[in-house]
Design a protein around this ligand. Sequence first.
Ligand code: 1HE
Length: 258
Amino acid sequence: MATLDIEQRGKVAILTLRRPDRRNALDEATTAQIDRFFDRPDKAIRAVVLQAEGPHFCAGLDLREHYELNRSPVEFMRMCQDWHRAFDRMQFGSIPVISALKGAVVGGGLELAAATHVRVADRTTFFALPEGQRGVYTGGGATVRVARIMTPARLIDMMIAARTYDVQRGFEVGLAHEIVETGTAEARALAIAEAAAEHYDLTNFGIITGIWRVNDMSTTDGLYAEALMAGMIMTNPNLRPSLEAFFAKAAPRLEPKE
Ligand code: 1HE
């Protein structure tokens, strides 16, 4: 049975984690479905919403499946690599992914959220890496992705001191980009996705595939890579109507807003 529901609404695909009885914990089948979707998304899809059924976004690794499979070290390392591949395809795949967070975003659920590009959270959201308390370890990329978002020092502190961040604290350290006060996180994520789907696709490509990579490079290599990307994007004839709209004062005005 599909535990990842995929609905296409115009240019936006809505992916819904659908295991609410397990608090949307990630079993091997669900991770494989995420991997398949991001391996070859339909060309018409220009943005994705990642959301979840029930009151919690995702409780991380399916601990029951893990207990029952009684994996060997190599089997678990391979499973971690499966997660890394699926989440890498999402993070670097060139399509913006907007997550709608609520309730528990914990363990592997936080690792999954960290691979999305925009994280919108409602007031029920909380973040934790309970691996320290449970005598397990992060394996879905937290030591890289979550550490880069909120600093390695905070990641260590979160795990050693067993901290659970409420949504406000999560927002302050970058785990959430927006706290939704009216309406649902899902509705807000869809609105962001629909707008992002209208961006020039090469610009979205540059943002999604380029920025994290450039930040893995030396300064000189990063600046060179940025110039190459900008050269392709800024000289495209498709840009001219948008500049003409700006000169004619017909472009939307920039105003301070979240
Ligand atoms: C699960 C899981 C799960 C719930 N795997 N079955 N992640 C964790 O350590 C989080 C573990 N979960 C929790 O702390 C809580 O379940 C929640 C805070 C997320 C939600 O609490 P609550 O009171 O709404 O639900 P519950 O009663 O705790 O759980 C409901 C059911 O979901 C229950 O099963 P039931 O048969 O008794 O109804 C739970 O067993 C089940 N459930 N979470 C399997 N995670 C690549 S390495 C990544 C490392 C990790 O992610 S380690 C896991 C970290």
